[in-house]
Design a protein around this ligand. Structure first.
Ligand SMILES: [Zn+2]
Length: 158
């Protein structure tokens, strides 16, 4: 951990407060950094955009990928004011940054009623035991699309 890390985390915390104070959404902020520079910033905008996926990390990751013209964040570090929820954790794994720093943890978030531990519990259950029903349908009709992908020499694999 360096002075720079502290500076970038303070910016993420500042964004969390700024987003909250402007009624954009919950008190969460994130920045993506590459080569010592902020590439993108985000703060939670779930309620103002009516977008349940508009978490700070997702917004920052989307903007960083646009700016870097890449679908991955190789060489980047994500600073987030709170330990990522399961959705953002998934987005981070897809984006593949080098490293993540977080400030508050999931217990701190649960204490202000942002309790994502329920989703973490659901992940461990069999698909049939989850609270939202998931039912498999038309696998045989969907599989040929996967075959086409496998055999497509032009596709950009990731
Ligand atoms: Zn999230």
């Amino acid at each position: 951990m360096t002075e720079q890390d502290l500076k970038f985390m303070r910016r993420a915390i500042e964004l969390a407060e700024k987003g909250m104070d402007s009624n954009a959404g919950g008190p969460f902020g994130a920045v993506v950094v590459k080569d010592g520079e902020i590439v993108a910033e985000g703060f939670n905008q779930v309620t103002s955009k009516n977008d349940p996926t508009a978490h700070a990390e997702v917004i920052a990751i989307r903007e960083a990928c646009q700016k870097l013209n890449s679908f991955q964040l190789k060489g980047c570090t994500v600073y987030t004011s709170c330990e990522p929820c399961p959705m953002c954790l998934g987005a981070i794994y897809w984006a593949r940054p080098d490293r993540v720093f977080y400030a508050c943890d999931h217990r701190d978030a649960a204490a202000i009623d942002f309790d994502d531990s329920f989703i973490y519990q659901e992940l461990k259950l069999e698909i049939t035991d989850r609270s939202i029903p998931f039912s498999q349908l038309l696998r045989a009709e969907a599989l040929p699309v996967f075959e086409k992908w496998r055999n497509n020499g032009q596709a950009i694999k990731y």
